[in-house]
Design a protein around this ligand. Sequence first.
Ligand SMILES: C[S@@+](CC[C@H](N)C(=O)[O-])C[C@H]1O[C@@H](n2cnc3c(N)ncnc32)[C@H](O)[C@@H]1O
Length: 231
Amino acid sequence: MEKKPQISSTYDDMFEQGGFDQVFDLPYQSSCYYPMYHAVLKVLQNKKVENVLEVGCGSGAFAHMLFEKTHIGYRGFDFSPVAVEKAKRRTSKESAFYVADALNAENYATLSSSIICTEVLEHIPNDLELVSIWPAGTFCVCSVPNFDSTYHERFFRSEAEVAERYGKLLDIKTIARIKKPILSDISRSNFFRQLRWNRYRPKRLKELLGFGNFDEVGGWFIFTGYRVEDK
Ligand SMILES: C[S@@+](CC[C@H](N)C(=O)[O-])C[C@H]1O[C@@H](n2cnc3c(N)ncnc32)[C@H](O)[C@@H]1O
């Protein structure tokens, strides 16, 4: 598969177009990422996290949900200026978002909050360097996919592969699987339209109803843990 260069203009172009099926312009509740965002928010709420820094915030869909549903303090950055503009517009929270490169250690120099980093590590060639500059003791919630894309440097087939890659840098506490809906737009109207259109296609109907196989329909591994002290 031909791979995109991992530079900010790649993502400016992607966010200008809205991503596949304009998924990055959808309201968070309608996005196929919603089940993953929902699971990440649950982790933060159960853990009673008070403040988060979102690394690679994209167009702000997760942030929007967090602002609407919680009082958790939030800051987010992304190296794509187009994404950051969209995040500000979506949430009307100008001061919560800024443009920055995740690999710049200065972003974490005075960090006192938890980190969330969903669907970003697989885009970064030196992802281990990124995790290594997060401060020791920081609680982190990350997600990585089980499927390939022209934007992905890597993907993961099992929890063991996730633990193998990140387990030296993070004291991993949980790894959960979240299935990806097969529709980019999971709004009710689109869901029922698709049910109607696919009523004579049993496999597709099964997948639409969420009974597809994780390895076939795709999904995410959400993992949580604490950044360990360097030896
Ligand atoms: C698939 S999007 C995920 C966006 C968001 N985290 C979400 O879950 O919806 C990947 C994001 O990573 C950002 N990204 C990739 N490399 C980055 C880097 N070195 N520094 C900051 N952001 C980066 C991209 O601009 C893009 O917004």
